[in-house]
Ligand binder design. Sequence first.
Ligand SMILES: Nc1ncnc2c1ncn2[C@@H]1O[C@H](COP(=O)(O)OP(=O)(O)OP(=O)(O)O)[C@@H](O)[C@H]1O
Ligand SMILES: [Mg+2]
Length: 281
Amino acid sequence: MNVIEVKNLVKKFGKKKVINDISFSVNKGEIFGFLGPSGAGKTTLIKMLIGEYNITSGEVKVFDNKPNRMDESLSNKISIVMDNFGLYERLTVYENMLVFKNIYNTKKEDIDEILKKVELYDSKKVITSKLSKGMKQRLLLARALINKPKLLFLDEPTSGLDPQTSLKIHSLLFDLKKRGTTIFLTTHNMEEATKMCDKVALLHLGKIVEFGTPKDICMRHNKNNMFYVLTKDNQELVFKSLKKDLDELGDLIKNNSILSIHSSEPNLETVFIDLTGKELV
Ligand SMILES: Nc1ncnc2c1ncn2[C@@H]1O[C@H](COP(=O)(O)OP(=O)(O)OP(=O)(O)O)[C@@H](O)[C@H]1O
Ligand SMILES: [Mg+2]
């Protein structure tokens, strides 16, 4: 089943077309990554998917409905983590969770369970303004889990976080995916996209210029089709994908002479810099 369905979507701000006729769908249980350089329109797209921005033309469906922030049946199934969805800075971690619990009418015990999951249980009495950036991000995520969303939107969930906090968030997201949650995230971090996403779309100048699994995309851009080999006697060899070369490579493998072997497909970052001409910072 498609949780998100986008057809011929266009978004203009004044005369400026930010999204120019894009179509894609997201399946249930998928982690879908929306990538693109700064200003590409990633946040704008999320805002259209949650009904915060009107669309200029085309069609957007989330759980088969047109997104509308006022629609309770939709907001019960969806959660959003964005920078500007502010926390109550003067309340404690626990109180921030309570505010949301009361909106969604979930059990109090759920709060403790979620706080443990994001490793904020020991900080539940801390005033939010005193939390570090990574802790605040984890609190945003914790808050987003209170309604047990079927679909989670994350706008750059690990941007500016240290690698350890990013890892914690990644493992949490994998955990949610295992339980069937669909996750739609945006990121600049291509390593993150490669590791986390079942599918990615790259937005550039209003269009989707690449779409697919990170692996397929990299393989499609493997123009050289070569293998780089380092042998145990420290020779660096290059083989092409030809019978003669592959036979020779086979011999090296049989003789147990190889220390390392790399194929020449680019990583996602290289592909996207090639396609957009920009660093994805
Ligand atoms: N409310 C708005 N009114 C006018 N223009 C807007 C509005 N929101 C976004 N834009 C413009 O739309 C374009 C896309 O912005 P958006 O914030 O969606 O990009 P992004 O891909 O999320 O970038 P970043 O990676 O920096 O977060 C930008 O040119 C931005 O100036
Ligand atoms: Mg953005």
